[in-house]
Design a protein around this ligand. Structure first.
Ligand code: 3BY
Ligand code: FES
Length: 415
C-alpha cells in the first residue's frame, strides 16, 4: 500500500470517529497509525523528556529516542541546557549511545569529528583548504525548561502556546524548586500496549479499585463530580470534601495556588493542573500517608501540602508533594509497546537510609505502575480483537475523552 493510501485509511477512521466513544481498534494497534501519531503528535508537540536533575553537573548529558529521532540534551560549562540531534554532520553517524553520561567534547566514534558542548564543530581531519567548520555545527532541537521540567520539540515550527502554558503553571510548580532536587530513583518499564492506551489509563480513576496501595493516600474520586458519586464512593467523597475544605486553608497559609486549571483539549498544549489533598496522614504517597522523605522540599515547613498534579498532552503527568516529586513520561516504541519512565526526586540534601528509604519512597508507584501495566496490556489485547467496537466514555472518564479529542484534532490538522 502506498503511504497516501494508508493515510486515507487511517484518515477514514479518524473522520468516522464517534465523539464520546473510544477509538477504532486500528488506531491503537496498526503500525500505520503509529507512523501517523509520530508525525502528527510526537514530531510536532512539546514532549516532556527529562528533568534538570538528570543533568546535575556541567558536561552531563542524556539521550532520548522519540520515534526515529534521537536527541542529546547537554548541560554546558555555563550551566545552560541545550538539545541537539544525535547525528554527526559528517556522514550522519549516531554520536552518543548511552542513556546518560558526562563528556567534555562530543567526539563522533566514526571519523572523530569533534563538537564542543554548544554543538560547534571544533575539529575534523583531512578537510580541504577553505573548509568552513561553522557550517557543520550540530543541528539544534528546540528546548524549554519549565521549573526544571525539560521539554523538546522536533518541529521547526513549535506550538506557540507553550510559553503561555509555562507562565500559567509556573506559580504552581516553582515553589517545589525541582532544580534543587536530586534523583532518588528512576525506572523504565515497557508497557505491552499502544502509547494512547497508556495515556488513557492515566486519565481516569474508574479503575482505581485495582490500585490498593495508591488508594491508601489518593482519594478514589479523581475525575468524579458530585453527580457521578454512587453509594460505593459516597464515604470517600465526603471525606474528600472535608479534607479539601481544610486543605484550601493550608494552601492559602503557605501561599500555594490550588485551583484547577483544565484546558486538556481546548488548546494545542493541552494541560490540567490542580493541588488536591491526600487521604490518611495527608503528607505523601505512602501506605499510611506519612512522609516518604523527612527532608521537605524548598523552604516548606508543612508536610500536608497534598499533591500538585499536572497532566499534559501528549505524554506526561506529574505529582509534586511536600517531600518528593514523581514524574512520568510515555514514549511510543512500536504500535504495540511503549516506554514509561518514572522518576522520583527528593531534596538534594536528603540522605538515603537516613531521611528516606528508596523502597518506601517508590513502593506505591511501583505497585501502581505494575498494576497499570497489566490493565494496559489487557486493553491492548482487547482493542486488537476484530470483535472490538468502540465503547462509551462515562462521565468520570471525561479526561480520557479529552485526550482522544485532543489527539483527533492533532491528526486532523495534518491530514
Ligand atoms: O496518576 C494519575 O494522575 C492518575 C490519578 C488516578 C489515576 N491515575 C493514576
Ligand atoms: Fe561522524 Fe564521520 S560520520 S565523523
Amino acid at each position: 500500500m502506498t503511504t497516501s493510501r494508508i493515510r486515507e485509511d487511517v484518515a477514514g477512521l479518524i473522520a468516522t470517529r464517534t465523539p464520546g466513544r473510544s477509538l477504532e481498534g486500528d488506531l491503537y494497534v496498526s503500525p500505520e497509525a503509529l507512523d501517523l501519531d509520530l508525525d502528527a503528535i510526537f514530531y510536532r508537540s512539546w514532549i516532556f523528556v527529562a528533568v534538570e536533575p538528570d543533568l546535575p553537573e556541567a558536561g552531563d548529558y542524556v539521550t532520548v529516542s522519540v520515534g526515529r529521532y534521537s536527541v542529546i540534551i547537554t548541560r554546558d560549562d555555563d550551566e545552560e541546557i541545550r538539545a541537539f540531534h544525535n547525528v554527526c554532520r559528517h556522514r550522519g553517524s549516531r554520536l552518543l549511545d548511552d542513556k546518560c553520561g558526562s563528556i567534555g567534547n562530543i567526539v563522533c566514534p566514526y571519523h572523530q569529528w569533534t563538537y564542543d558542548q554548544q554543538g560547534h564543530l571544533l575539529h575534523a581531519e583531512s578537510t580541504p583548504p577553505g573548509f568552513d567548520r561553522s557550517l557543520f555545527s550540530l543541528r539544534k532541537v528546540n528546548l524549554r525548561n519549565v521549573s526544571g521540567l525539560i521539554f523538546v520539540c522536533l518541529s521547526d515550527d513549535p506550538p506557540e502556546d507553550f510559553d503561555e502554558f509555562a507562565s500559567r503553571v509556573t506559580p504552581y510548580l516553582a515553589p517545589h524548586r525541582l532544580p534543587t532536587t536530586k534523583i532518588a530513583h528512576q525506572i523504565d518499564i515497557v508497557e505491552n500496549g499502544n502509547w494512547k492506551l497508556v495515556m488513557e489509563n492515566n486519565r481516569e480513576c474508574t479503575h482505581c479499585g485495582g490500585h490498593p496501595e495508591l488508594l491508601c493516600s489518593l482519594f478514589p474520586v479523581y475525575g468524579y463530580q458530585e453527580s457521578d458519586i454512587g453509594p460505593r464512593l459516597r464515604p470517600a467523597w465526603d471525606r474528600y470534601l472535608a479534607a479539601k475544605a481544610e486543605f484550601e486553608g493550608i494552601c492559602a497559609r503557605n501561599g500555594l495556588p490550588w485551583a484547577a486549571i483544565e484546558e486538556l483539549d481546548t488548546r494545542r498544549t493541552g494541560f490540567r493542573i490542580e493541588r488536591e489533598p491526600l487521604d490518611m496522614a495527608g503528607e505523601s504517597f505512602t501506605i499510611d500517608g506519612t512522609l516518604a522523605s523527612r527532608k521537605l522540599l524548598a523552604d516548606f515547613t508543612e508536610p500536608r501540602l497534598g499533591r500538585l498534579s499536572m497532566h499534559l498532552q501528549p505524554n506526561a503527568w506529574f505529582h509534586f508533594l511536600s517531600d518528593h516529586i514523581v514524574t512520568f513520561s510515555v514514549l511510543p516504541l512500536t504500535a504495540d509497546s511503549s516506554l514509561l519512565r518514572t522518576t522520583w526526586l527528593v531534596a538534594a540534601d536528603a540522605v538515603e537510609g537516613v531521611d528516606y528509604d528508596v523502597d518506601k519512597l517508590t513502593y506505591v508507584w511501583q505497585q501502581t505502575n505494575d498494576q497499570d501495566r497489566a490493565f494496559v496490556a489487557r486493553a491492548h489485547a482487547g482493542v486488537g480483537n476484530p470483535a472490538y467496537v468502540p465503547g462509551p466514555y462515562l462521565p468520570p472518564e471525561y479526561q480520557v475523552e479529552a485526550f482522544c479529542n485532543w489527539y483527533v484534532q492533532r491528526v486532523r490538522e495534518i491530514l
